[in-house]
Write a protein that binds this ligand. Structure first.
Ligand code: ADP
Ligand code: MG
Length: 554
C-alpha cells in the first residue's frame, strides 16, 4: 500500500486557480497550447541533458508528444517522453509560482476581461494551471529520465493536491502523462477535428512532432512534424507561419509588429528569428524582467538566459540557432564566448535597422511600436554609447509643433530657427501640464519648437547625451534662455529694449526679499504673458530631475 501525501497550494496558486476556474475567457483553447509547450520544453530539456548523459535516451531517442482523445470517459491525455519530474520537482513546479512579479500579474488578470486575460496567462507562464479552465480534475503521472520511480500528482484545483508513488507499469517509461477530466462544457476537446485544428493553429511549429490518438488503443496519427521553422527558407514561410510561431515563442495572441529572420554567414554562422510583439507585455518595467531570446545549438535548446540582446531590447522575442558552439557548452562558458559577442552585435544591428526600415515603409505600425516600446528603447541612449546617435535618430518625441504627432530629431533640426543653436526640451509628468507651462511662452512667440518629454527615462538620457548632430540639448527650465537674438514671429524686433528701470528695481527687490531661497533673480526673454517662472541653474540636474531625485529620497 503506497502512501498519499496531501499538500496545500501556495496562496498565490490557489488565488490564480480560482481566477482560472471562475473567469470566463473567450478562448479556452489556450490551455492546450500551454500543455503542449510544456511537453516540448520537457523534450528539449532532455535533449540537452542527454548531451552529457546519452544513456538517458535509452532505446527511445526521438522526442514526441501524443494527445489521446477518450470521448467515452470525457478525458484528454497529453503525454510526452521528455525529461519528466521527480517527486520534489512535481511539488515545486505544480504547487507554487516561482516567478517574480506574481502580485502584479494577479492584479492585471483580475482587472482584465476575456481575451486580455488569456493573453496574460501565456505571458506570465502560469501555463500549467490553465488546465483547470477545462478540467475539474487533473492527474499528472511522471517519471524522470534515468530514475526508477514514478509519481502521481492529482488535484481538483480547489486548494490542495495529492502526491503518491505509483507502479512503474502505470507510468510512462519516461516523461509525463497529464490526464484532464473534462468539464461538461469542455467535452468538445475529445473531438478529433477540434483538437487537430487547435494544434495546427497554435502549435504547428513546435520543434517536437505531435500525434493524435483518436481513442485509447488506436494508432497515433501525426498532425505536426516538428520541423523547426527557422531552418526553412524564408521564401517557404508564410506570414501566418511566422505569426503562429511568434505566438508560441512570445506567449502572445496578437500579430508581431516586426519579424526579423536572417542567416549570418562568415566568421560566425548562425540563424536568428526575432519578433517585436504587437502589444506591450505588462511586466516590461519589472526590474527582474530579462530578455528571453532562446539560444539553440544545432536545434538543441540550450538556454534562454544568454544575453543575446542588450537590455533596452528586452521586449524582442525569438531565438538564435548556431552550429559554432559545442553542444556541451556550459551556460557559464556561453557568456564568455566571442561568438556570443558577435551574435549580440549582429542581432542588435539587424533589429535596429529593421525598426528603422519599418519607420520608413510602414509609419503606422512603427508609431504603434514606438508607443509600446519607445520608453524602453530610449534607455539605450545612455546604456549603449556606440549606438547613441542611431538611437536618438530612431526616437520620436512629442513637441510643441502644431501637428501634435511624435517627431524625429532630424525633423526638429530641419525646423530650427535662424540663430538657434540648441535643441530645447522641457521635462515633466504629463503632456497637458507641459503644454501649459509659462516657460514655453518665449519659445512660442518665436515659433521655436520645444521637445515635451514625459517618460521618466527622458530626464536621464538628456543629461548624458551631449548633442544630436552637433546641436546640444538644453533644458528650457535651466539657466538663461539665449532667446534675445532670435526674431519673434509677430515681427517685433529681435532684441528687447533695455529692461526698464522699474524691472531692474523689481529684480533687486526680489533678490533681497527671497534671499537664500533662490540663487539668482533675472529678467528673462522666455516669458511673454506670465510675470515669473522658476528655473534651475545652468549646470546640474534640471527641475524634473531634481523632483525625481527628491522623490527617491536623495
Ligand atoms: P512555465 O512553463 O512557464 O515554467 P508552467 O506553469 O507551464 O510554467 O509549468 C511549470 C513548470 O512545471 C515547468 O517549468 C516545468 O518545470 C514543469 N512542467 C510542466 N509540465 C511539464 C512536463 N510535461 N514535463 C516536465 N515538466 C513539466
Ligand atoms: Mg509552460
Amino acid at each position: 500500500e503506497m502512501s498519499v501525501e496531501k499538500h496545500v497550494f501556495e496562496a498565490d496558486v490557489a488565488k490564480l486557480l480560482h481566477l482560472m476556474v471562475h473567469s470566463v475567457y473567450s478562448d479556452k483553447n489556450v490551455f492546450l497550447r500551454e500543455l503542449i509547450s510544456n511537453a516540448a520544453d520537457a523534450c528539449e530539456k532532455l535533449r540537452y541533458e542527454a548531451i552529457v548523459a546519452p544513456e538517458l535516451l535509452g532505446s527511445d531517442p526521438a522526442p514526441r508528444i501524443t494527445l489521446t482523445l477518450d470521448e467515452e470517459n470525457a478525458r484528454l491525455i497529453v503525454e510526452d517522453n521528455g525529461i519528466g519530474m521527480s517527486r520534489d520537482e512535481l511539488v515545486e513546479s505544480l504547487g507554487t509560482i516561482a516567478r517574480s512579479g506574481t502580485r502584479a500579474f494577479m492584479e492585471r488578470i483580475e482587472a482584465a476581461q476575456g481575451k486580455d486575460g488569456a493573453q496574460l496567462i501565456g505571458q506570465f507562464g502560469v501555463g500549467f494551471y490553465s488546465a483547470f479552465m477545462v478540467a475539474d480534475n487533473v492527474d499528472v503521472v511522471s517519471r524522470r529520465a534515468g530514475t526508477d520511480k514514478a509519481w502521481h500528482w492529482a488535484s481538483d484545483g480547489k486548494g490542495s493536491y495529492t502526491v503518491s508513488a505509483v507502479e512503474l507499469a502505470d507510468a510512462p517509461a519516461r516523461g509525463t502523462r497529464i490526464t484532464l477530466h473534462l468539464m461538461d462544457d469542455a467535452k468538445n476537446y475529445t473531438s478529433r477535428w477540434t483538437v487537430e485544428r487547435i494544434v495546427k493553429d497554435q502549435s504547428g511549429h513546435v520543434p517536437v512532432p505531435i500525434s493524435i490518438v483518436e481513442k485509447p488503443g488506436a494508432e497515433p496519427a501525426q498532425v505536426a512534424d516538428g520541423t523547426a521553422l527557422w531552418t526553412k527558407q524564408k521564401s517557404d514561410i508564410s506570414k501566418e507561419d511566422y505569426a503562429d510561431f511568434y505566438r508560441g515563442v512570445a506567449g502572445q495572441y496578437d500579430e508581431p509588429a516586426l519579424t526579423v529572420h536572417f542567416r549570418a554567414e562568415g566568421r560566425h554562422e548562425y540563424t536568428a528569428l526575432a519578433f517585436v510583439p504587437g502589444s506591450k507585455p505588462f511586466d516590461l518595467f519589472d526590474p527582474d524582467r530579462k530578455g528571453r531570446m532562446k539560444l539553440y545549438v544545432k536545434r538543441v535548446f540550450i538556454t534562454d538566459e544568454a544575453e543575446l540582446l542588450p537590455r533596452y531590447l528586452r521586449f524582442v522575442r525569438g531565438l538564435v540557432d548556431t552550429a559554432d558552439l559545442p553542444l556541451n557548452v556550459s551556460r557559464e562558458m556561453i557568456q564568455e564566448s566571442p561568438l556570443l559577442a558577435s551574435i549580440r552585435k549582429g542581432l542588435t544591428n539587424r533589429v535596429l535597422t529593421s525598426i528603422e526600415k519599418l519607420a520608413e515603409s510602414d509609419p503606422d505600425t512603427f508609431a504603434k511600436l514606438w508607443d509600446n516600446f519607445g520608453s524602453v528603447i530610449k534607455e539605450g541612449i545612455y546604456e549603449d554609447f556606440e549606438r547613441r546617435n542611431q538611437l536618438l535618430a530612431l526616437s520620436r518625441f512629442r513637441t510643441t509643433a502644431a501637428d501634435d504627432k511624435p517627431r524625429a530629431l532630424n525633423d526638429y533640426v530641419k525646423a530650427m530657427k535662424d540663430g538657434q543653436t540648441a535643441i530645447y526640451y522641457l521635462t515633466g509628468d504629463n503632456l497637458a501640464q507641459l503644454q501649459a507651462s509659462p516657460q514655453l511662452e518665449g519659445f512660442r512667440a518665436r515659433g521655436m519648437e520645444v521637445l515635451l518629454l514625459t517618460d521618466p527615462v527622458d530626464s536621464f538620457w538628456v543629461t548624458t547625451a551631449p548633442d544630436f548632430e552637433g546641436k546640444p540639448f538644453k533644458s528650457i527650465t535651466q539657466g538663461t534662455a539665449d532667446l534675445a537674438g532670435i526674431a519673434k514671429e509677430d515681427g517685433a524686433s529681435a532684441t528687447e529694449p533695455e529692461a526698464a528701470a522699474s524691472v531692474t528695481e523689481f529684480v533687486s527687490f526680489a533678490r533681497t526679499t527671497l534671499g537664500e531661497a533662490v540663487s539668482d533673480v533675472r529678467a528673462s526673454d522666455r516669458l511673454t504673458e506670465s510675470a515669473v517662472c522658476l528655473v534651475a541653474p545652468e549646470h546640474g540636474p534640471d527641475r524634473q530631475l531634481q523632483k525625481m531625485l527628491q522623490g527617491a529620497g536623495r
